[in-house]
Design a protein around this ligand. Structure first.
Ligand SMILES: [Zn+2]
Length: 206
């Protein structure tokens, strides 16, 4: 299956040339300002893509999961759930602020270790908006914005591919070995600053 992935278009998706493929994956940050019109327009864009399957998750710039699930009708919207497509097992997790912020986590008493335990091991593709710590997560100012909990969850989940965005400067393909199991990590962030130059979608076959 030919997989085409991108993320973080922030309203600029029409400037991207999307290669043909079987499965289109979007890692969140559809919007720039979080307006309903941006989601409606993005849904139309999804509807026009030729890919047989389309999967999205949301990002911190998007509206609430309730609004996203209501307005995005032309793709599977994964919030923290498994989707099986043909022979592929794909898990998507939507943006959860508390997962990447210690202060917010204390307020909600949420437990990220329990949260990640819900993801089954051995899946083919994991989609999150934010990166794991230390991989594709380095900002221009030199700080790592990735999640340490997600990094340790990856050691157990061992997806073949992990697709994310959020840190736009971290765009690229990374290979990491965890106990001799190689995971391909893709930061698919499209936007570079806010000009019209954008990173192309990343394509792989699975
Ligand atoms: Zn973004």
């Amino acid at each position: 299956m030919k997989v085409v992935c991108t993320s973080d278009t922030h309203g600029m998706h029409n400037y991207l040339k999307i290669p043909d493929g079987d499965l289109f994956i979007f890692g969140g940050d559809i919007s720039e300002t979080g307006r309903i019109e941006e989601l409606i327009e993005f849904n139309q864009f999804l509807g026009e893509l030729p890919h047989k399957y389309k999967i999205i998750t949301d990002g911190n710039h998007d509206l609430s999961p309730e609004k996203v699930s209501k307005l995005i009708t032309n793709a599977y919207y994964l919030q923290h759930e498994l989707l099986e497509i043909e022979n592929l097992r794909i898990w998507g997790t939507s943006w959860q602020f508390w997962l990447s912020d210690q202060i917010q986590r204390k307020k909600t008493q949420a437990n990220p270790l329990e949260f990640w335990k819900e993801v089954p091991a051995g899946i083919d593709i994991l989609i999150t908006h934010f990166p794991p710590y230390g991989i594709g997560d380095l900002t221009r100012s030199g700080s790592h914005l990735g999640s340490k909990d997600l990094l340790s969850a990856l050691r157990r989940i061992k997806p073949k591919y992990h697709i994310f965005g959020h840190v736009h400067e971290g765009y690229g393909i990374f290979k990491e070995s965890f106990n001799n199991f190689e995971i391909t990590l893709i930061n698919a962030s499209a936007i570079i600053g806010f000009g019209s130059k954008m990173n192309p979608p990343i394509v792989f076959t699975l």
